[in-house]
Design a protein around this ligand. Structure first.
Ligand code: ADP
Length: 321
C-alpha cells in the first residue's frame, strides 16, 4: 500500500471531520500518501481528488459537516459509473479507500470490491445510529445532545403553559435518536418506527397525565413513526387536548461534534487505516459493547438490521409514568 483515498458519502454527520483527520494523520505516520475525494462517490466518478497532508487537516476536529463535502451520486448506482470511478482510482494510483457513510455507501463499496477488486474499509457515519455491527455511529451522540437541548427548552415553556408538547426528531427508519433523547429528557412518551403507534393507549395516557395534574407532558416522536402534526391531531380528536408542536429538522445534523463523537471518529479513522495497511478489505470498523473496536464484513452489515434497544424502551415505559 502506497497511496490511499478517503471520502465522506450520503448524509453528513458531526464528527466526520475528526474521522478524516485521523485517516490522514494515521496514514502520514505510516508514510502513506492520502488523496481526499470530494463529494463522496460523485468525486470518485468525476476524478475530483486533492492531496492531503498532516497540516491540511489542522483545526477541523471541532467542525460539524465535512470538509470533503458529501453528495448522493446516481452514476455510482450503474456499472458504467463505477467503472469510471475505478479508472480514476487506477490513474491516481490509489490502492486503498476509506469510505465514511451509511449503508448506501457500503452497498457502493461492496459493488466496487466485487467488480474491481479494490481494498475498501467502511467507517460508520450517520446521525441515525441504524448501522448493525456497531454500538454507535459517528454523529449520533451529537444529534442526541442537540435534540436533548431542545427538549429541555420545550419543557421549560410547556411547564409554564401547562400544555402537551410534541417534539419531532429525525429517524425515518430508526428510533434511536428519539429513544435516547426522550429518555434523557424525561419525556412522558416516545414513539419510534420500530413499534406501531397505539393511538388509543397514547390518548388514555394523556388523559391520565391531565387527571394527575402533571404540569408538562412531552411526547418525542421519530419522523418515521408519525409526524408531530399527526400526533397532535390524534390526541385532540380523542381527548380534546391541544398540543404544541416542535419539529427539529436539520439542526440535528449540524453543530460541534461532542467529545464522544470526536473520540469515536478518531478511533475509527485510525483503525480503518491500520486494517488497510494489514491488507484487509470489505470490513467496517465498529464499536463493540465493551468499547472495543471490532471489524465486521460489510456484506454482513448489509444483511442485518439493528434492532431498537428493548431494555431502554422498558426503562422508559416505567420511569416516564
Ligand atoms: P448513506 O450512505 O448515508 O446510507 P445513501 O443511501 O444516499 O447514503 O448512499 C450514498 C451513496 O452510495 C449513493 O448516493 C450512491 O452513490 C451509493 N449507493 C447507494 N446504494 C448503492 C447501490 N446499491 N449500489 C451502488 N452504489 C450505491
Amino acid at each position: 500500500m502506497r497511496r490511499l483515498g478517503v471520502l465522506t458519502s450520503g448524509g453528513d454527520a458531526p464528527g466526520m471531520n475528526a474521522a478524516i483527520r485521523a485517516v490522514v494523520r494515521t496514514a502520514c505516520s505510516m508514510k502513506l500518501e492520502v488523496l481526499g475525494i470530494e463529494r463522496g462517490y460523485q468525486g470518485l466518478v468525476e476524478g475530483q481528488f486533492r492531496p492531503m497532508d498532516v497540516r491540511s487537516v489542522s483545526s477541523i476536529n471541532h467542525l460539524g459537516g465535512t470538509v470533503l463535502r458529501t453528495a448522493r451520486c446516481d452514476a455510482f448506482l450503474t456499472e458504467e459509473g463505477r467503472a469510471s470511478a475505478a479508472a480514476n482510482l487506477q490513474r491516481a494510483e490509489i490502492d486503498g479507500l476509506v469510505v465514511i457513510g451509511g449503508d448506501g455507501t457500503y452497498r457502493g463499496a461492496v459493488a466496487m470490491i466485487q467488480e474491481h477488486g479494490l481494498a475498501i474499509i467502511g467507517v460508520p457515519g450517520t446521525i441515525d445510529n441504524d448501522i448493525p455491527g456497531t454500538f454507535a455511529t459517528i454523529g449520533f451522540d451529537t444529534a442526541v445532545n442537540t435534540a436533548l437541548d431542545c427538549i429541555d427548552r420545550v419543557r421549560d415553556t410547556s411547564e409554564a403553559h401547562e400544555k402537551v408538547a410534541i417534539v419531532e426528531v429525525m429517524g425515518r427508519r430508526a428510533g434511536f435518536i428519539a429513544l435516547a433523547s426522550g429518555l434523557a429528557g424525561g419525556a412522558e412518551a416516545v414513539l419510534v418506527p420500530e413499534r406501531p403507534v397505539d393511538w388509543e393507549a397514547l390518548a388514555q395516557s394523556v388523559c391520565a397525565w391531565q387527571a394527575r395534574g402533571k404540569k408538562s407532558c412531552i411526547i418525542v416522536v421519530a419522523e418515521g413513526a408519525a409526524s408531530a402534526e399527526e400526533v397532535a391531531a390524534a390526541i385532540e380528536t380523542r381527548t380534546g387536548v391541544r398540543s404544541r408542536v416542535t419539529i427539529l429538522g436539520y439542526i440535528q445534523r449540524g453543530g460541534r461534534p461532542t467529545a464522544r463523537d470526536r473520540i469515536l471518529a478518531t478511533r475509527f479513522g485510525y483503525h480503518a487505516v491500520r486494517l488497510l495497511q494489514e491488507g484487509r478489505s470489505g470490513l467496517m470498523v465498529g464499536l463493540g459493547n465493551a468499547d472495543e473496536i471490532t471489524p465486521t464484513p460489510l456484506s454482513r452489515i448489509l444483511e442485518d438490521k439493528k434492532g431498537i434497544d428493548e431494555e431502554l424502551l422498558d426503562v422508559l415505559g416505567v420511569t416516564a409514568s
